[in-house]
Design a binder for this molecule. Structure first.
Ligand SMILES: [Mg+2]
Length: 260
């Protein structure tokens, strides 16, 4: 990351000598596992400490949408009663983040663009990784794990939506609560828990299963491999005179308002 001054110049980086003056009101929502991290932490935990082949089958069923994420997490933890928080922390050295994410976060900070992590994983390991990477100032909305004596680890879902039980953590609700109708929303994700929230945002960055979903359902998106790709396109967006609200996203949002 290069040194930046208060005009938004970033020196010694790909943004060198390019002044960006962001005049847009933008909010950015970012998935965690497989998007910020290179591999899915939740899946890796069960690959190492879960009961096989049950764990792999449950993970596949969540991915395919055969069972909900909440049901999946409850089954996964119930199938591994000996698992501890220590087990989870023991794999943290093998969980790496995208090499360009820190720079992207710095860009958003310099440009005063609020950004949030929305995860269907667990805050226990998310906060651990964010602290390690110096990213603890990013707000996180996720599920959490508590140790429950003989029952092992118990997942808790503080952000479950009673009306829509598809996801354990309702990412859609966070987007609606954290952004106004006049603001431009950006979503960056990779998996099945991102398919719903992506439809509520004006600009979508997608890879893996989310990209497949967007192609199939004709949700306009930018395809990306890493945060260097995201940042390049994002800078072009910032430099546009005007951004556009996505009609389909506005309609989806209005539907939720009508339901109250
Ligand atoms: Mg993900």
């Amino acid at each position: 990351m290069g040194v930046s001054d208060h005009f938004g110049f970033i020196q010694g980086s790909p943004l060198n000598n390019r002044m960006i003056i962001n005049t847009h009101r933008i909010k950015v929502f970012i998935d965690f596992d497989g998007t910020i991290t290179k591999i899915d932490t939740g899946e890796e935990i069960f690959r190492r400490f879960g009961k096989q082949p049950d764990a792999d089958r449950i993970i596949e069923d969540i991915r395919e949408g055969i069972i909900t994420a909440k049901e999946g997490w409850v089954r996964l933890f119930a199938s591994a009663p000996d698992m501890t928080i220590k087990n989870i922390y023991s794999i943290m050295d093998d969980i790496f983040i995208d090499e360009n994410f820190v720079e992207f976060h710095q860009l958003l900070k310099i440009q005063n663009i609020p950004h949030f992590i929305l995860s269907d994983g667990f805050e226990n390991y998310i906060q651990f990784i964010l602290q390690r990477e110096g990213l603890q100032d990013i707000p996180v909305f996720s599920n959490r794990l508590i140790e429950s004596g003989s029952n092992g680890l118990m997942p808790q879902f503080p952000y479950m939506d009673e009306e829509c039980r598809d996801c354990a953590n309702c990412k859609r609700d966070h987007i609606i609560e954290q952004s106004g109708d006049e603001e431009f929303t950006v979503y960056i994700g990779n998996g099945s828990s991102d398919t719903c929230p992506a439809q509520f945002c004006d600009y979508v960055f997608a890879k893996d299963d989310l990209l497949k979903f967007c192609s199939r359902e004709k949700v306009t998106c930018f395809s990306y491999n890493n945060f260097a790709d995201v940042q390049n396109v994002f800078i072009q967006l910032l430099q546009r005179k005007r951004l556009k609200k996505k009609h389909q996203a506005v309609l989806k949002r209005n539907e939720v308002y009508k339901l109250g």
